[in-house]
Ligand binder design. Structure first.
Ligand code: B12
Ligand code: SF4
Ligand code: SF4
Length: 265
């Protein structure tokens, strides 16, 4: 059940927008590369809302943090389908798309699509590739086991520590999906894991202030960088792990033990 009228008095319709993202960089999920997508989509919405408001239409827009489930909205708008990897897959642009929506107080012609078309068929690539077995059956995700969640979680991640290969997020179940196979990404500068571990507060602000990956703070990224170095066996960066061992910060407790266990001197 969705109750858009709780967000906008007199709500009549919802306009759903997809924004494709096409940048990639090592050690970070694609949705987190570059400027924070919340800001990108919000900028675009502002212009559209201004236009609608001038026409006397009231609006309220959301990206990610709103009360409604965005994948379901995109499905209801008839823009694509939800795959077994739980992602919304657009017919035109695959699943590397953000979803945003504007609630308006004007009735518009609606798409009458509710059933999720079965476009996955016999394919199970995403389920078979998920490193933490978070895809627990067709169309079901155990969010607590998803590496995207684990990479944002501050403690008790020990069971999954050997699976962290990104400083933020996870794309595996989308990378293997045939609906994304023709997408081309622009390669941007790779994350420097050593820089990350030595990063000061000022450098963190300069580099991550406008990035989605920055919202859980500097030390979470440092912790994840240490896991990535160990799990990817980037031996020329093992030395920088000493910096983590020296720091008396609670979030490093688990990774310190992991460093001692894994690092070959
Ligand atoms: C919390 C959250 C997470 C949690 C997941 C919690 C969970 N159990 O799902 C975590 C941190 C794990 C996560 C991970 C990711 N997330 Co996220 N996440 C959200 C958020 C904020 C809420 C989703 C939620 O509450 N899910 C709970 C479940 C129950 O709902 P759901 O996933 O939306 O599924 C519903 C629909 O699929 C629908 N449905 C399914 N089949 C059918 C069939 C019919 C007929 C109908 C009517 C409905 C229907 O029913 C489900 C329940 O209503 C949304 C934004 C939003 N406000 O919606 C973004 C969002 C879903 N995330 C997004 C992204 C990009 C990701 C990641 C790819 C990020 C990354 N690279 O690491 C991963 C993908 C993981 C995966 N395989 O799904 C995008 C997805 C875009 C897309 N194309 O699908 C969203 C929409 C944000 C955005 N604005 O773009 N996420
Ligand atoms: S994002 Fe990664 S951990 Fe989460 S379901 Fe997909 S493959 Fe599994
Ligand atoms: S990988 Fe296969 S099963 Fe998974 S979402 Fe894509 S098409 Fe569906």
């Amino acid at each position: 059940m969705i109750y858009p009228e709780l967000s906008l008095d007199g709500a009549k319709s919802i306009v759903v927008m997809l924004e494709k993202y096409r940048k990639e960089s090592k050690y970070i999920s694609k949705s987190s590369v570059g400027r924070d997508y919340h800001l990108i989509v919000k900028d675009k919405f502002e212009k559209l809302e201004e236009y609608l408001n001038e026409m006397g239409i009231k609006t309220k827009s959301f990206v990610d943090t709103g009360p409604l489930l965005e994948r379901e909205l995109a499905l209801r708008a008839g823009l694509g389908f939800i795959g077994k990897n739980n992602n919304f897959i657009s017919y035109k642009n695959g699943s590397y798309v953000f979803i945003g929506y504007i609630i308006i107080d004007k009735e518009i012609e609606v798409s009458d699509v509710l059933a999720n078309p079965d476009e996955c068929g016999e394919c199970n690539r995403c389920i078979n590739s998920c490193p933490s077995k978070a895809l627990v059956g067709e169309y079901k995700l155990n969010g607590q086991k998803c590496m995207s969640y684990i990479s944002q979680k501050k403690d008790c991640i020990r069971v999954f520590e050997d699976k962290i290969i990104n400083i933020y997020g996870c794309d595996i179940c989308q990378d293997v999906c045939p609906y994304n196979k023709d997408i081309k990404f622009d390669k941007v500068e790779d994350i420097d894991l050593e820089f990350l571990i030595n990063m000061t507060n000022v450098e963190f602000k300069e580099n991550f202030k406008n990035m989605a990956a920055g919202w859980r703070g500097k030390n979470l990224l440092k912790r994840n960088a240490a896991y990535v170095i160990l799990n990817k066996k980037i031996e020329n960066k093992y030395k920088v792990l000493d910096e983590i061992l020296k720091m008396d910060v609670k979030i490093f407790d688990e990774v310190k033990e992991y460093i001692k266990k894994k690092r070959v001197k």
